[in-house]
Structure formats: C-alpha cells, structure tokens
Design a protein around this ligand. Structure first.
Ligand code: ADP
Length: 619
C-alpha cells in the first residue's frame, strides 16, 4: 500500500485551497476595481457631456458650425477630452481633435447608436482615428431650426449625438498597478498561509509520529516507554486520549504476555519433568513438541524433532495408526505399542486425545505414553513362575498318585513291591516337601527384602562358614567328600547370620550333590579390593565335580532353572537353591557369580560390601 505521510495529506490541499481562494479574490477584486473605475469615468464623462450639451445644441440650432467646431476644440483641449458632435445620419459635425472633412460616417458606433435612440451610450474600444484605447460616452442631442447638417426631425426628439471620449490608457496603467499590488498581497498571504499550515500540520503529525514509534516498540514487545509521557503538553485532547488508551492497552497486553509466558514456563517445566513420554502432533502429522522422556524413549533430539513428520521421528506403524485413528474419529484412544531395541522390547501403554484450540477446532493429537515394560516382564515372570511351580509339583504328585493307585490295585499284597513303592512315595513326598520349603523360603526372603525388614549386623564370618560346613558334613560323609574351610578367623561382615548361613549351605549342598565321591569341596572367604577400587568380602564355594556348560551360566540363578534336569531331579534338587542364594546376596547389598567348566568343577561366589562400624542397618 502506498500511504502518504500525514503532513503531505494536510499541507498540499491546504495550500491549494489558499491559492484558489486568493486567485478568486484577486480576480474578483481587480474586475470590480476595473468596473468601478470605468463606471466612475463614464459618469464623469457623462457629466461633462451634459455640461456642454445645451451649448452644443444651441450652436447646432443656430447652424453656427464654425463656432461649434471652435468650441469643441477649445473645450476639448481644456478638459483633455475629445468631443465629437454627430448628426442623426452619423455625419461628424464637429470634432475637437480631427478635421471633420476627413472623418468617416460614425453611424455604426455602438455608443452613438444608443444615443440616437435617446439613451446614454458607453463603449470602450480602439479609436480608429486616434489609434488609442478610448472610453466613449454619447448622449442624445436635440436642436431645432438652422441648416447645419440634417435638419432635426420634428417627430423624433433626437437630432444627433454628443460624444465625449478620453483615452483609458491611464486607467489601464492604474489598474495594472492595482492588480500587481493585489497579486503581491495574495502571494504574501499564500506564503504566510503555507507557513502556518506547515507549522500546524507538523504539530498534528509530530505526536502521531511519536505514537507510531511507540506502537512499533510495543509490537516488538518493548513496553518500557509509555506513549503519553513522550507527547508533551501541547497535543490535542483527542491525541492525548488516544495515547492514554494505547498505553492502557499496552499495559494490559504486557500483563497478558507475562501471564502467558509464566504459564507456558510452568507448563514446560511440568511437561519436561513428567516421567511419562508426551508427544503432540498436528493435523498434518508433524510433531509439535515432545518432552524429555519421549525424546529419550525414541532416541531423538528433543529440539530437532518439532516440525518433522511423525513417521520420521518414531518409526512405529502402530503409533502412526493410532494417531490417524484419533484424527479421523476425534475420540480418545487407549492402546499399546511395542518398540524394538535390537533384541529387547519395550512396551508402551498409549493414551491419545484430540487437541483443540480456543475455538474448538481440532489442531492435532496429544499422546501420553507409559513405559510398562517392567510391569509386563513381572507379569511374564509371575506367569512363568506359576506354570513352573505347577509343573514342579505335578511331577512328584503324579508319581505318588501312580504308586498309591498301584498299591491299591493289589500291589499291597506283595510285601516286597509295597516296600519299594512306599520308599518311592516317601522320596517323592520329600521332593514335594523340599520344593514347598524352598518356595516358602524364597517368598519369605522376597517379602522381607521388599519391606526392607531384614536386620543386618556385623558378625564373624568364619563362624558362619564353619556352622554351614558343619551342617553339610553329614551329606559330605555319605559321599566321602572332604570339606575344607579357608577363612581368616577375624574376618567380619555386615550380615543376617541365619540367611547368609542358608546361602552358603545351599552352595555347599550343591557342590556335594554335583561332585563325584571322594572329592573335595573348598569353602573360603577373604577381603578383596576389586578392579573398581572398592573393597569386598568374597565368599567362594568350589568343587571339582561335573561342572556346568557355558550356555547355562547366564540363567543359572533363575528360579527352577536347571542345567541338567534329570540329574537334579534324581538328586532331589528343586531348582530353587541358587535363586535363594541370589536373593540373600542381594539383601546384603551384594551379588552372586559363577565360574565353571564342564567336567572340571564349579566355583560360586557371594560378594558382600566390606563391613564398617556404621554398617549396622536394615536392608
Ligand atoms: P537344584 O536344587 O536343582 O540343585 P539349584 O538352584 O541349587 O537347584 O541349582 C540350579 C542348577 O544349577 C542345578 O540344577 C544344577 O544343574 C546346577 N548346579 C548348581 N550347583 C552346581 C554345581 N556345584 N555343579 C554343577 N552344577 C550345579
């Protein structure tokens, strides 16, 4: 748009109006002046004509043409006026300046025509005779008798015309002078008017210019300067009111912007600190924003994702489908997506809602995602556990049921068979008992650990290990296995004595179980500084038995995991022993590990934090 400055909208039209007005006034003034001059001169000439008319009429009536001519010449000279006498036919009878004999007929002159009709005639024109601009005034003449010229017609009262004339050159000069003065005056007025207009338009436009600058500052968000303070006291009421209103508007705007910024910051803080991943997408499926949690889950840059297409940011078909569905139905949607990270999976529970702007128009979708991977894993573990427990219990129970039915079906009558079957039933019952015992231990330990109710205290480790060895001595003797103990007498650990003894017993029992007869089991403990520079008390139980294949090692401490199922069952194993050891180690703030080689033996480690005097605590 081509907008002019205010000063250029006020100044030129004002100047034009003044100019036109002055032109009109000057023209009208000078025309009136001219008219007035001519009228006055005309009246003066008429008066002169009337003064000499009677004399001229008399001379004409007496037919004294020579006297008439002399009179005209003399009077004309004295009054600086040309005097001409014309008879009814237009013939010049006398003239003050010219010889009448050379003069043409004057019956076509307008003033003379008027005079011959009995009126006073006036005319301004170039005199053909004198070659000068003249004002002519002619009055009618009446005479009777005599023979000069055409005799007066008695029927007509007009016998001829007396014409007086003066040159108008002087008047024209005077008029020119007057016009010059008027023009000069007009010029001065126009100049003064231009000056005043300029000053006034500047006074109007300057505060508006100030207001414009101020408004521009407001539009840039700078509300530091107030408009009304910069205008001064000379501005008009309207401008001052407008400035005050704009200041009020700016103040409100500033307050609103501050409120919006504060609210946005609060929202951003909430958004960023949310544990749930939040993702907002517009109707074109471009990311509007996402929080830290979402950026971490999808491994994208939180700052670079906005503006990019959802499919570029999150390569997940299900999420795209859900967003599409919400955009289409404009209904909230609860669902789930699975993200793949190489081998592992992450389960996200999604809750999407359509986003609306202030006028209720849909502007996109907001998806909140909850990582339920841990929950899912726990569910799976629980499900697997129930299946495993059922399976573990089913085997001995099926066996017991089978033998009891066989006995009832008649095998009872055979004493030898009955004894054999009953022995098997006892063994299976023991197995059941062992499983239930281990399950109860495990659940008790888990419960204590969850509730952080396990009492830990600093105690002598040697004593605990010696008691554990003592407990297993019977089993070892059955296979003629020697158990040796290597532990500094004074070695202390922060522990729950009963639980730690149970863990060591479990390891030693396994070592005996999976060793050949007449073998050896070494139980040892020492304080070690690990690679990370942290001191640890490490208990180790080593055997030289069957060993464990490498592939089983990672899962060995899982519940019911057995590297050799048949052997474990045969030996009355429950598959829970190592799991209990792992839990006990964890309660102590430690961990378990294993080194083993098939056919050569295994070595299990329980590593505990070093005991300090302040270590008495609840785990
Ligand atoms: P189980 O009651 O079957 O021994 P554990 O949880 O104690 O159950 O042990 C899990 C599995 O680890 C066992 O079934 C066995 O296959 C293997 N295992 C444990 N200790 C040893 C060991 N000292 N030597 C060889 N294999 C072992």
């Amino acid at each position: 748009m081509n907008h002019k400055k205010l000063i250029w909208q006020i100044f030129p039209p004002n100047l034009l109006i003044t100019f036109v007005a002055m032109l009109a006034v000057s023209w009208y003034g000078s025309a009136s002046l001219q008219k007035l001059y001519i009228e006055q001169l005309g009246s003066a000439l008429q008066a002169r004509a009337y003064l000499i008319r009677d004399r001229v009429s008399q001379l004409m009536a007496d037919d004294r043409l020579d006297d008439l001519r002399e009179f005209c010449r003399k009077s004309g000279r004295e009054a600086l006026t040309r005097i001409t006498v014309i008879d009814r036919s237009g013939r010049v009878m006398a003239d003050s300046n010219e010889d009448v004999n050379v003069m043409e007929l004057h019956n076509d002159r307008p003033e003379i025509l008027d005079a011959l009709k009995g009126q006073t005639g006036t005319s301004i024109r170039l005199s053909r005779t004198l070659q000068e601009n003249m004002l002519y005034v002619a009055v009618p003449l009446q005479w009777h008798g005599g023979n000069a010229g055409v005799k007066g017609d008695l029927a007509s009262p007009v016998s001829g015309a007396l014409r007086v004339a003066v040159p108008v050159t002087a008047i024209e000069r005077a008029l020119r002078n007057a016009r010059m003065k008027i023009a000069l005056g007009a010029f001065v007025v126009i100049f003064a008017a231009a000056l005043v207009t300029l000053v006034v338009s500047r006074r109007i436009s300057r505060p508006l210019e100030e207001m414009k600058q101020c408004a521009l500052r407001y539009s840039r968000g700078d509300f530091s300067r107030r408009m009304s303070l910069h205008l001064g006291g000379s501005v008009s009421l309207e401008v001052a009111t407008l400035a005050a209103s704009m200041d009020r508007m700016a103040e409100q705007l500033n307050e609103r912007i501050e409120t919006i910024v504060r609210q946005r910051n609060e929202l951003e803080a909430v958004f960023a600190s949310m544990a749930e991943a939040v993702l907002a997408v517009d109707t074109d499926k471009r990311v509007i924003s996402l929080n830290k949690a979402a950026a971490a889950i999808f491994s994208v840059d939180e700052k670079q994702a906005p503006g990019r297409l959802l499919q570029e940011v999150v390569r997940n078909i299900d999420l795209q489908r859900q967003v599409k569905q919400i955009l289409a139905n404009l209904e909230p949607l609860q669902d789930e997506i699975i993200l793949l990270y190489g081998e592992s999976e992450r389960f996200l529970q999604t809750s999407g809602v359509p986003l609306h702007d202030g006028s209720g128009r849909n502007i996109g979708v907001l998806v909140v995602m909850n990582d339920v991977t841990r929950l899912r894993r726990l569910e799976n573990v629980r499900r697997d556990f129930v299946a495993n427990v059922s399976h573990e219990l089913k085997t001995p129970i099926t066996s017991i049921k089978g033998y009891v039915e066989t006995l009832l079906d008649g095998a009872m009558d055979n004493r030898e068979d009955s004894a054999r079957f009953l022995k098997i039933i006892v063994k299976q019952t023991n197995q059941l008992y062992a499983i239930i015992e281990d399950l109860l231990s495990l659940s008790r330990i888990e419960k204590l650990s969850e509730n952080k109710e396990v009492e830990l205290s600093i105690g002598n480790l040697h004593q605990i290990l010696a008691e554990a060895v003592q407990t297993c001595q019977m089993k070892a003797s059955e296979k003629n296995i020697r158990i040796s103990l290597h532990c500094p007498e004074e070695l202390r650990a922060n522990m729950n004595a009963t639980m730690l003894e149970q863990a060591v017993v479990n390891l030693v029992v396994n070592a005996i179980k999976y060793s050949e007869v007449e073998s050896e089991v070494i139980v040892s403990a020492e304080e070690k500084t690990q690679d990370d520079g942290i001191g640890r008390v490490v208990i180790s139980v080593q055997d030289f038995g069957v060993g464990i294949a490498k592939k089983h090692l990672p899962r060995l401490f899982e519940r019911f995991y057995r590297s050799d199922k048949a052997r474990s069952r045969k030996l009355g194993g429950t598959g829970l022993g190592l799991s209990i050891v792992k839990h006990i180690a964890q309660i102590h703030g430690g961990d378990v590990s294993v080194q083993s080689q098939e056919g050569q033996g295994s070595r299990f480690f329980i590593s505990l934090p070093v005991a300090t005097d302040q270590s008495d605590s609840k785990a």
